[in-house]
Design a protein around this ligand. Structure first.
Ligand SMILES: CC(=O)Nc1ccn([C@@H]2O[C@H](CO)[C@@H](O)[C@H]2O)c(=O)n1
Length: 109
């Protein structure tokens, strides 16, 4: 998998580095660790960044804690609500840690 989409409302937090994880279901758990992935908005499919996949860790919904919330730049209740809205019937989730790839790093490829 070489691309990922995010809801447009998260674009600012991804670009300013305050959101450093995303939590997805099994359909999006198969990124290669260390790979660089193009990031698009979900709504318009507009490219806005490249990220490097650092780690992918299984987690169940009830294990979500304040650390995950702060890595999402949300409160825990906000995060749990967002995840329930996106994945209403899924308990098995995956935390994807990523790092924004800047221009310099991109040119070193
Ligand atoms: C657009 C699409 O296909 N799917 C998703 C799925 C999740 N997310 C965000 O990841 C975090 C945890 O789920 C929260 O910040 C979510 O809003 C997203 O932006 N887009």
């Amino acid at each position: 998998m070489t691309e990922i989409t995010f809801y447009q409302c998260f674009q600012t937090n991804i670009l300013n580095g305050t959101k450093t994880i995303t939590i997805r279901d099994a359909s999006e758990k198969d990124f290669a660790i260390g790979s660089i992935v193009d990031v698009f908005t979900y709504e318009q499919h507009q490219w806005f960044a490249k990220i490097k996949i650092l780690a992918i860790t299984p987690i169940s919904y009830h294990q979500l804690n304040d650390t995950h919330a702060s890595q999402e730049n949300m409160t825990l209740p906000e995060l749990k609500q967002v995840i329930r809205d996106i994945y209403p019937n899924t308990d098995q989730l995956y935390v994807i840690h990523y790092q924004l790839v800047n221009e310099e790093e991109r040119c070193r490829q």
